[in-house]
Design a binder for this molecule. Structure first.
Ligand SMILES: [Zn+2]
Length: 237
């Protein structure tokens, strides 16, 4: 069978998916840009408006970025929906789910002037009703919170289990394995919140990962929606 590649003849793809739109995204985006890495940022438009803040278990105050603060920040990266208000969806009626997804998508589209095609589940709940709602709202994929710990492409784009959470103790080994694997169209996806990098003092560790993948010759850098569109264009999904 003919071998499949990402654009540019690359054998693998690396991406990150970061949630909540917090202050530390400013430093995180700088880091991505320094190494030419593309990320997807999952935002809650209603919480941006209220400049919502909360106290992390480390004592650090986590602050959301305001709509003004993000207007240029994420240029070159993907904006995706993380619901309007970051609710826990279990037991919620379908109308509520549709509103939280659809209105957030519309708000973000207006704010950033670009189509918003991805959804990332808040907290760790997902269900067939939510997958259907994401389709009905026009999203092209939905990333859930359960990790696959693999380099495989998602079987179902509305149950997209990402590779690894960035606080996983085996993060570095996971990246090592990605750089070594021969899996066709291998995907390395790191998921997290940038405030953890402050709370866990792991900026340097993350920069090392980015430096290593940026030096690998066979790795492409794409956002989630770019990956989805590319896979569809070559008939893989
Ligand atoms: Zn979140």
């Amino acid at each position: 069978m003919e071998k499949l590649f990402y654009p540019g003849g690359k054998k693998k793809v690396f991406t990150v998916s970061y949630d909540d739109g917090v202050l530390q995204d400013v430093r995180f985006v700088e880091l991505l840009n320094k190494y030419g890495i593309k990320g997807t940022f999952n935002l809650n438009s209603e919480l941006m408006r209220s400049e919502f803040a909360w106290v992390h278990e480390s004592g650090m105050v986590v602050r959301r970025l305001s709509p003004d603060a993000v207007s240029e920040l994420y240029n070159g990266h993907e904006i995706a929906s993380h619901s309007l208000t970051h609710p826990y969806f279990e037991g919620k009626p379908r109308e509520f789910i549709l509103h939280e997804m659809g209105q957030d998508r519309e708000n973000l589209r207006c704010l950033f002037g670009q189509e918003v095609s991805g959804f990332a589940a808040p907290f760790d709940y997902w269900s067939p009703v939510m997958a259907e709602a994401a389709k009905d709202c026009g999203f092209a994929y939905a990333r859930i919170s359960e990790m696959s710990r693999s380099y495989d492409l998602p079987e179902d784009l509305y149950y997209w289990r990402p590779g690894i959470f960035h606080l996983d103790g085996e993060l570095d080994q996971f990246v090592d394995g990605f750089l070594e694997t021969d899996t066709e169209l291998a995907l390395c996806q790191i998921v997290g919140h940038s405030y953890d990098l402050d709370a866990e003092n792991m900026w340097e560790r993350m920069e090392n990962i980015f430096r290593r993948v940026s030096r690998a010759e066979n790795v492409a850098f794409m956002t989630h929606i770019e990956i989805v569109r590319y896979l569809k264009s070559i008939g893989v999904r």
